[in-house]
Ligand binder design. Sequence first.
Ligand code: CO8
Length: 258
Amino acid sequence: DAAYETILVETRGAVGLVTLNRPKALNALNARLIGELGDAIQAFEADEAIGAVVIAGGEKAFAAGADITEMASKSFTDVYFADLGGAWGRLVACRKPRIAAVSGYALGGGAELAQMCDVVIASETAKFGQPEITLGIIPGFGGTQRLTRAIGKAKAMDLILTGRMMDAEEAERSGLVSRVVPGDRLLDEALSAAAKIASFSRAAVLAAKEAVEVAHETGLSEGVRFERRAFQALFATEDQKEGMVAFVEKRKPAFRNR
Ligand code: CO8
C-alpha cells in the first residue's frame, strides 16, 4: 500500500502478508512502524476475504528491537504518554491468527512482536533475545510476561537478566518457536501454514485461538469451561455440519464461514 512507509503489505489468496521494511535499521520498531503494523493488521482483520496473517521481516533481521535512536532522549513523561499499550493492543486484539516468520535477529521489541503472534516459524538463522538490560531498561512490550509464560521462569530470567541471545534450536526446545525450517523455506512454510488455517471454518479457527489464549490468562477449570462453551457453540454453525458430512461422504469440506 502506497500509504505505508515502513512495511510492505500484500495478499496471497486468503492470507495477508505484512513485511517489516526498514532494512537499514534492521527493522527497528519506531513509532511509525508500530502504527502502520497496527493499521495493516486491523485492515486484514476487517477484510472478510482474509483468514490469517503472516508477519515477516528481512533475512538478517526479523526486527532488532524498538528504535534505540528514537528512544534515547525520551523522558518518563514522553514514554508514559506514548500509549505503548494502545498501539500494540490494536494488534493483539485482532482475532485472526498471526504467524511470525522469523529470520535473523528477533531482539527486544522484535522478540516481543514474535511473542504476540500465535504461531512462530523460525529459520535456522533466527536469534531471539531480550537485550534491554544492556541498555539500562527492561522489556516494555510484554516480554517479561509473555516470554515467561512461553518458556518458563528459569529460561526467561536467564535471557532477560543476562541479555544473551538464544538460537532457533534452543528457542524451539524452550517452547518459544513452533517450527524451525531452513532459511530458504521460511516464507513458503509460513504462507502455507497460514493458507491452511485460512481454509478451515473461520468460526472454528477464531474459537480455537481464543480458547488457547484463555489458557494463558485463567485457571484450568475456568479455561476448560470456556472451551466447552466454545466447542458447543460451534454446533450452531453450518461449517460444523459441512465438515462432518464431508468426512462421512469421503470428500473435501467446502467451508463457507457460516
Ligand atoms: N534501533 C535503532 N537502530 C538499530 C537497532 C535498533 N534497535 N538495531 C540495529 N540498528 C541499526 C544500527 O544502528 C545500524 O545502523 P547504521 O548502519 O546507521 O549504523 C544498522 O541498524 C545495522 O546494525 P549493526 O551495524 O549494529 O549490525 P550488526 O550486524 O553489527 O549487529 C545487532 C546486529 C547485534 C542486532 C545490533 O544491531 C544490535 O545489538 N542492535 C540492538 C539490539 C537491541 O538492543 N534491541 C533492543 C532494543 S530495546 C527494546 O526493544 C525495548 C522494547 C520496549 C521499549 C519501550 C519503548 C518506549
